[in-house]
Each structure stands twice: as C-alpha cells, then as structure tokens.
Design a protein. Structure first.
Length: 316
C-alpha cells in the first residue's frame, strides 16, 4: 500500500466510537497475551515430559513403568507414547472426545511433540476456541489436527466419524464425564476401530460392578455438589467386559484411578500383549480426597441415583 493511500485512510474516521475502539484494541491485546501464555505452558509441558520420561525404568510387561506426564494429568502421555511405538502398522492419527483447550488432554503430546494428525472434539465453546487457536488455527502448532466444537451424544456420535481421516486411528480417547459408555458403544457400532483406547472410568462403582449412569443427552456433572460429582461415567469392570466383547485386550488403569487402556491385540505383537501385567483397579485419588471416603462409601452416596446394569455385572 502506497504512502498516499495510507494517508487517505488515516484521515477516514473510524466507524467505531472511541470506547469501542479502545475495547477492540484491548481485546486483541488480551487474545495475543493469552495465546502467548498458552505457548509458554506448552514449553513447560514439553520440558516436564522430557524430565519425567528420562527418570523411567521401562519394563515392557509393566504399563505403569511407561508413565510420564507432559500434557496429560496422570501419566497417560507415557503409556500412550509407549503403546503407539508397539503398533505393527501405525497411521499416526488420533481421535479425542473431550479434548478441553488442547493443552491438558490425552493427545496433545501426540499432536505437538510427535506431529500426529487427528481430531480434537470439545463441547465447551471457550475451550474449543482456545484449542483451535493453539493447535489447528492459523499459526497453530499443528495444521494436521482439526478442532471441532461439538457436544457429543449417542445420537450424533456416528456422524462424527465423517470428520476422521481414519476409522482405525492409532489412538482414541474419551473423557466427557457422563455418557462415555453410550458414546463409545455408538462409535464402535458405526465402524470406529481404534488400535488403542483410553477411557475414563468411575472408581466409585468399585472393581466388580458393571454399571453406568442412565443415559441423558443433556447430562452434566455437578462438580459443586459432592454427590453430583460422583454421578458420572462407567465402572472399570463394565469397560473390561464391553471391550473384550469387541476383541480388545485390557492393558491397565493408571495410578491415579482415572483412565483405563485397551488395545486391539491384532495390531500388536502377540508376545507383547500376552505378557502385559497391568493394574486392574485403582481408586480415584481426587474423589477420595474430596469425599473422605473410599469407593464403597462413595457408591453409597449415589446408589439411589438411576443406574444401568451392564453385561458381566458382578456386584451386589
């Protein structure tokens, strides 16, 4: 643009009043500073991953020895990273439902550190916008990742597969604090076949019951209420029976009692998967700290809520 044109434009009054112009400048600066802060958090996460991964003593038969944390909350980065290295023919693609802001989830390590392609799905508008800005938007960290704002339900889950480049992604992760079982069942029925599945379980249901909450497309966990914060998700034994019925093998739960891992054994060397000796059950540390109760006491707080017994139930 020439100097003369710039001068002409400078003399044209702004259509925005002074207060609006000031707000616009402040908003742009806030967004820039927020994005800069996120980039700093990414740098810290990568440094944390490098430090924690270097302290491991890897045992191919003990999944907990693979753990390290960069972007994930409870060592999931390390477990997923190790498992992806053992896939026979990887496609370096993931699908995550409940991806939050793109920084604290189970696939940020894959997207940022390992440059995987994939889909990050998040129902919260602010978190999804932040994910787009950081990861997949203009100037983002990985243009091979698509960020989608969608509150995933049993009804719309199958349509989500149309956005995925692979129906057999290396990694599938879900953490939506509610209808996880129903959404995963709908996705697998529609043709999703991940090599690795990372799913949240609710330890308040205990190690033997096969239970999930009653389905409601509008379900939202009430984190402000102790009882309400326990009414979500599905038990570990229900997940184990469900995935076994679809040809998956249980790997482990992680040490904080939040996530469980399953693999399609046909995508891995048989000697590797048959030798695994993972942790079968672990209480959720946060729930125990908040309630002051073990899983038995926590279950009593929600026993009268609408619950659905699933195949394989071994509880009272």
């Amino acid at each position: 643009m020439g100097t003369a044109v710039r001068g002409m434009l400078a003399r044209i009054p702004s259509p925005l009043p002074p207060a609006r112009r000031a707000y616009a400048r402040h908003s742009r600066r806030w967004r820039f500073e927020r994005l800069l802060w996120r980039r700093q958090v990414v740098a810290i996460a990568l440094a944390r991953a490098a430090a924690s991964s270097s302290l491991r003593e890897l045992d191919p038969t003990d999944p907990l020895s693979w753990s390290f944390t960069g972007f994930s909350q409870n060592g999931e980065d390390g477990i997923i990273d190790y498992l992806t290295r053992r896939i026979s023919e990887p496609n370096q693609y993931f699908v995550e439902i409940g991806a939050s802001d793109g920084m604290e989830n189970n696939t940020a390590w894959l997207a940022i550190a390992k440059r995987y392609g994939g889909v990050m799905v998040e129902g919260n508008e602010a978190a999804s916008t932040a994910c787009h800005q950081l990861i997949s938007g203009p100037g983002g960290l990985n243009i091979r990742v698509e960020s989608i704002r969608l509150l995933v339900t049993r009804e719309n889950a199958p349509a989500l597969l149309r956005t995925a480049l692979h129906r057999n992604p290396d990694v599938f992760s879900i953490d939506i604090d509610g209808n996880d079982f129903y959404v995963v069942a709908a996705l697998l029925e529609a043709g999703l076949r991940p090599r690795i599945c990372a799913v949240e379980y609710n330890s308040a249901f205990g190690p033997t019951r096969c239970l999930t909450i009653e389905y409601s497309a509008e379900h939202a966990v009430d984190f402000d209420d102790v009882r309400g914060s326990l009414y979500y998700g599905v038990s570990i034994n229900a997940w184990r029976h469900f995935f076994a019925s679809h040809g998956y093998r249980f790997v482990t739960v992680e040490a904080s009692g939040t996530n469980a891992f399953f693999v399609d054994a046909s995508e891995f060397d048989e000697d590797f998967t048959s030798a695994l000796r993972g942790l079968d059950f672990q209480e959720n540390e946060w729930q125990r700290m908040r309630t002051g109760l073990g899983w038995e006491g926590q279950f009593e707080l929600i026993a009268n809520r609408p619950l659905v017994r699933l195949a394989g139930d071994g509880g009272p």
